[in-house]
Design a protein around this ligand. Sequence first.
Ligand SMILES: *Cc1c(COP(=O)(O)O)cnc(C)c1O
Length: 511
Amino acid sequence: MATADRLKAARADQKPAAGETQSAPPIAASGVALIFEESSPGRRGVDSGGGADSAKHALELLGDDLCRTDIEGFPELSEPQVLRHFLRLSQLNFGQALQFYPLGSCTMKYNPVLNDEMAALPGFASLHPATPPHLAPGALELIARMEAALAEITGMDAVSLAPAAGAQGELAGLLMIRAWEEKRGKVRRKVIIPDTAHGTNPASCTLAGFEVVVARSGPRGYLEAAEIRRLLSDDVAALMVTNPNTLGMFEPEIQEIAAALHERGAMLYLDGANMNALLGVAKPGDMGADIVHLNLHKTFSTPHGGGGPGAGPVAVKRHLEPFLPHPRIVKRADQWEFDRDRPDSIGRLRSFHGNFGMLVRAYTYILAMGGDGLAQASRHAILNAAYVRKRLEAHFPSATREPTMHECVLTHDLDTRTGVSTLDLAKRLLDFGMHPPTIYFPLVVHGALMIEPTETESLETLESFIETMERIYAEALEDPAMVKAAPHSLKLRRIDEVTAARRPVLRWNAR
Ligand SMILES: *Cc1c(COP(=O)(O)O)cnc(C)c1O
């Protein structure tokens, strides 16, 4: 059966999943066909590379058994068809380049076009990752300068740019703590994590072989040194804590906590995913951190998501420098080279030098902003979040009475008054072209709406978000059923998220 027919047949017996309340139309029915359905045999676009000739040449060089002349089901389209198809698909998506995207904890700030221009310079973009160091001194110099910039920003002594995500930076940090302890002959088994922690923290601990001990936040929403002293023992390797925490609050007792940890031979791991509140304002190194990771795709304006590459550099104090992952570069006799004599290193985390294109983008951002610019960005991020918190407080009060920084966690009474849940509010926001905030996180706040507007949004955008939230609150009182059925304006409505997570269909012809 031809590909398109097979797809149509598969669609025809697609039954609604159990528990599905509304039938979500398949994408094709809502206006965008799959690229396979648009295919027509023999149709092609402009081929500027001498296609037929080069295919023949490849066949001569490699032989029949290594060259395919046909790929079953491969779509054949004209160039404008391909362009229109993908452009239409891109318009079905939500993105920070199109819409307000106040997804708390994720720092969905603007990704400057200048970053992309620099990463696209042929010397960077065309560089083979296995190029020997003496043929790529510019790229290695950029890595060294980026490490130095992040060391300065965090107040730490040494940085590795290898980790590919914040979570991998966490894993690297914990493996370094373990290696440091093994070197001393005794491995402590426990890591303390507060109850407001991001999910990756306990996951990384478990992956690194540690046991998680949960610290309860104090009544005002922050971690108290007394609680850490209570949990400390000679079996505790570290405390892992985000600052500002996931309620957006600066941890006021952080230095006292660090001192308590160090006194008992434990380390402070500072999760720096929330550094967008602290750039040029406060340094984790000064707070007493032994390790901190950064998320370049949050704080340093490189793109998130879409499966795209992230970067989660890890910075350490001097005593952990020998344990940093490979590769390390050093300058000897005015030449960059790999430092191969690192017996204590935790080894490689991934191929080559991490996601190099992301390093170029983030370094561009740092240079374009400058030190003062970064500090101003953080101050604006705090101002924007405080403004949203204050303006929404009548119907969406803050989860804490303490001052908050780059994000705010709000609550509401709609579920008890009208049965409209936080999820329903989030879905209704989609009708107004806004990405919803993070919801139901942190877990310690019932029905939480975690809003992080970032510094790159204008006052007008914040006002329109505030007005929309107020409007949805009023709608929920007047017509709760309508809000519970949102979104009304999108191609897809409520999807079965559980099945999507448990049984994802990742191939077009998987059925
Ligand atoms: C995003 C985030 C992480 C994980 O970072 P990834 O790059 O998504 O792996 C860890 N901690 C906090 C507080 C975060 O917000």
